[in-house]
Design a protein around this ligand. Structure first.
Ligand code: ATP
Ligand code: MG
Length: 308
């Protein structure tokens, strides 16, 4: 296209010049045959030169505009292609990590069941192995729920908003965590026993569950503070831990799909990087916002703000 454009500009310039030369020769012949006076010849030549110049500028201008449009178009195409490639790579990485994440709990569960079948074990050992298998099956359940929720949110998920007592709702989820994590302290602080908000319960469950799960996973067994506050038409949910914390650079990326902080401590934990992506989508579809701050003296605070 670029070659065609250059070729087209050269051709038009040549034609412009040919027209100028032909008209000039005609005027010259007319002058020689005294069909026109010297004055008329001069003024006609001036007019001819002006027209020639104007045409030349127009051709140049058009060539530059088309050239620029071509450049912008190519640039857009290049960016779109790059994005498509990036999305493809993300899906590829996702499938790789999902396959691994799906396989590893299943292998543990299979191993435990095979051990039960082959060996006669003492009651304590049975309990220990069952706990191990249960925790892996919960991990599998969470992963499948996150994958489903993530696909639902990517497509046209229809939210079903219902007026809900948020204190009761959050407290129920916290109690589930209290039971599952006896070594961790959960402190709840609600500004009022009744904070009502219109929410999609399934999606909101996933939101609170993911934030609490992260607080447990990256909280290094520190106490976890959950607070709910209602003021001037806004509801604020805070979930704070005193764990490993998040660097300022990573704070920019943690809400991206499949993003996991690349340090050793995070790598030791299992996950796919879907949790916070889902959380952000859900918060936004409830007309809210989410931000992350450092806790003092260490750890992380996630703050969700929702309009009533
Ligand atoms: P999963 O999809 O199973 O939730 P994940 O926990 O790795 O996996 P996200 O919940 O999306 O994924 O979190 C993204 C990353 O943000 C985590 O890998 C972790 O590095 C960091 N992160 C999230 N919450 C915390 C926290 N409370 N403290 C420290 N780092 C955190
Ligand atoms: Mg998570």
């Amino acid at each position: 296209m670029l070659i065609a454009l250059v070729w087209w500009s050269i051709l038009l310039s040549e034609k412009n010049e040919e027209v100028y030369n032909a008209k000039f020769a005609l005027l010259d012949t007319k002058l020689k045959h005294e069909e026109i006076s010297g004055e008329v010849f001069q003024s006609s030549i001036l007019e001819l030169q002006n027209t020639y110049e104007a045409q030349r500028k127009m051709i140049m201008g058009e060539a530059i505009v088309f050239g620029l449009l071509l450049f912008i178009g190519l640039n857009l195409l290049h960016n779109a292609f790059g994005k498509e490639l990036e999305a493809n790579n993300k899906v590829k990485n996702f499938l790789l990590s999902i396959t691994h994440e799906l396989k590893s709990p299943l292998s543990t569960i299979n191993l435990v069941l095979e051990t039960f079948k082959k060996r006669k074990l003492e009651h304590e050992k049975v309990i220990e192995l069952s706990d191990m298998a249960l925790s892996e099956s919960h991990r599998l359940e969470k992963l499948i729920n996150d994958i489903l929720m993530s696909f639902k949110l990517n497509k046209s998920y229809t939210y079903n908003y219902e007026d809900t007592n948020l204190v009761e709702f959050v407290n129920n989820i916290v109690q589930k965590f209290v039971k599952a994590n006896p070594g961790i302290e959960f402190n709840e602080d609600y500004s009022s026993p009744n904070i009502t908000l219109s929410i999609d319960r399934e999606a909101f469950y996933s939101l609170v569950n993911n934030l609490l799960e992260n607080a447990v996973k990256y909280g290094e067994k520190s106490p976890i503070e959950i607070s709910l506050e209602e003021s001037s038409g806004q509801v604020q949910i805070q979930i704070a831990d005193g764990g490993i914390g998040i660097s300022d650079v990573d704070k920019e990326n943690i809400f991206d799909q499949f993003y996991r902080v690349g340090n050793e401590e995070t790598r030791r934990t299992k996950g796919t990087g879907l949790g916070l992506f889902i959380v952000k989508r859900i918060v936004e579809s409830h007309n809210g916002s989410i931000r992350v701050e450092n806790n003092q003296p260490k750890g992380t605070v996630f703050i969700v703000t929702l309009k009533k």
